[in-house]
Ligand binder design. Structure first.
Ligand code: GLU
Ligand code: ZN
Length: 489
């Protein structure tokens, strides 16, 4: 039996990290087992439809480089892959369940449902439909039909006994049937509910495994019962752990970015994918860096955890940084060039000189960058005569006189006249000797120099930066800092 799995998003918003985790695990499970991965759009809840969602789903897959074998824009033998194009099928099968006595028409209007809800609340009774129409007589049904009310179709849930299934990750899950509802299958507008459309499609699309987040567990007994009512086998269910923020609460906006569209500008897709693969899954307890191709070979469904996965933004950034370092200069430049243009550091139509210069500074940028969007912020000092002095106040360390720093910088400037002639190490040692000469700590020499040259307290190593800036520009910057300090005396 060929493994067939699906990712079945509802187009109600932008793709969420949790959704991508589901998509990725389905994809990896399919590929690791020579199976098929299907994209299906579950758009039967017209009230929750969000305009940009469908496009965002396609963009997300494209950006991540995950390919589905069948889907709306791919076709395949089991289409259409958009539920709103399969409405007739759901209606036909809902009516079949009425015929076989597994479902019934319910004519209750919203007023009546509202009233029972109020009564239940007042009497502290469990909420839910009171099954009023389950036992209507033939005459009553005829009467309702005559009145022209558009009914819904409800499932006749068993009133006693238990429903259970074997979850790949969680083991046996069992519920008492008396906790279940006569849930709606077909709405009065002829559209199916999630439950009905989902299982009909899984059945006809020959889905063998359903991998989805644990939040769907309460729906699964309904699905098991539906499969039984149709006389079909149900797929194997695998409910994956939830993705949480660091506070242990369900990942949401409060924690930071959660939608793929928010990650696209600053992250490399391969870094995000690698990180997401580890949300609730591990290969062993030491190896963490994997490409999509590697994951597709080694993914083992048995190594999915049952406990919640924590979304650690710092770890994601660390992953992104290491993928940036592994990438070619060409690729990174291509990705960050727009940000330099946006920041006004490079012209709209970059000249050859500008591009060459970007290549020159790139090794120093790439070595410490974590977010692509931060590149201009971390390298703006390579541009212009003087750097933006972002941490100017740190040029004078605590308990040090301004005049002392002026002396330090003047001495360093003189020594740096030899920049490019003397060996860097030698020159550095010479500058270090200022500590003894002027009786200051190393921090009172190198930090002021760093700020004079780069304007910030954290930068790449100073000598490589000065070589890129050139001797003239470097010395001018030191002089400028000296003058600035003098004016502050
Ligand atoms: N359409 C559902 C969703 O939005 C699919 C859930 C499932 O995989 O059964 O996630
Ligand atoms: Zn009813």
């Amino acid at each position: 039996m060929k493994v067939r799995v699906r990712y079945a998003p509802s187009p109600t918003g932008y793709q969420h990290i949790g959704g991508v985790r589901t998509a990725l695990f389905n994809y990896l499970f399919a590929k690791a087992n020579n199976g098929d991965f299907i994209l299906r759009i579950e758009d039967t809840d017209q009230t929750r439809y969000f305009d940009g969602a469908l496009d965002d789903i396609y963009q997300t897959f494209k950006w991540l480089g995950i390919e589905y074998d069948e889907g709306p824009d791919k076709n395949g033998p089991f289409g259409p892959y958009i539920q709103s194009e399969r409405i007739a099928l759901y209606k036909e099968y809902a009516e079949k369940l009425v015929e076989t006595g597994h479902a019934y028409y319910c004519y209750c209007d919203s007023g009546r449902l509202e009233r029972i809800k109020k009564i239940q609340e007042a009497n502290k009774l469990p909420p839910g439909y009171d099954r009023h129409c389950r036992t209507l007589s033939a005459e009553e049904i005829e009467e309702k039909k005559q009145s022209g009310i558009q009914p819904v179709i409800r499932f006749k849930a068993p009133l006693d006994g238990k429903t259970s299934f074997e979850d790949t990750i969680l083991g046996r899950i069992e519920v008492d049937n008396n906790t279940l509802q006569d849930f709606v299958l077909l709405k009065s507008d002829g559209f199916p509910t999630y439950h009905l459309a989902n299982i009909i499609d899984d059945h006809f699309m020959e889905i063998t495994h359903v991998l989805r987040a644990q939040e769907w567990i309460p729906s699964t007994p309904n699905h098991v019962l539906l499969y039984k009512a149709f006389g079909w086998d149900h797929p194997q269910f695998c409910h994956m752990p939830m993705v949480m923020g660091e506070d242990g609460k369900k990942l949401s906006k409060r924690h930071g970015a959660t939608q793929v569209i928010e990650f696209r500008k600053a992250y490399l897709p391969e870094a995000l994918l690698n990180f997401i693969a580890l949300l609730g899954w591990s290969y062993n307890d030491k190896d963490e860096f994997f490409s999509l191709q590697e994951l597709a070979k080694i993914f083992d469904i048995k190594r999915i955890n049952s406990s919640p996965a924590i979304f650690d933004y710092k770890k994601l950034n660390y992953f992104n940084g290491s993928y940036i370092r592994k990438s070619s200069q060409e690729k990174i430049i291509g990705l960050i060039l727009p940000y330099y243009i946006e920041a006004g550091l490079i012209s709209k139509n970059p000249t050859k000189e500008e591009l060459d210069y970007l290549h020159t500074i790139m090794p120093l940028v790439q070595e410490r960058l974590e977010l692509l969007t931060d590149a201009p912020l971390y390298s703006d000092f390579f541009f212009g005569d003087y750097p933006p002095y972002k941490t100017w106040e740190m040029i004078v360390p605590k308990n040090t006189e301004k005049s002392k720093i002026i002396e330090v910088l003047s001495m360093a400037k003189e020594m740096l006249e030899a920049l490019g002639e003397k060996d860097d190490k030698e020159l550095e040692a010479e500058i270090y000797s200022i500590t003894e000469k002027l009786g200051v700590k190393a921090g009172a020499v190198f930090m002021p120099l760093r700020i004079a040259i780069t304007g910030v307290n954290k930068s790449p190593e100073l000598f490589p930066v000065m070589h890129i800036l050139g001797k003239e520009r470097s010395l001018k910057r030191i002089e400028n800092a000296i003058n600035k300090l003098k004016s502050e005396l």
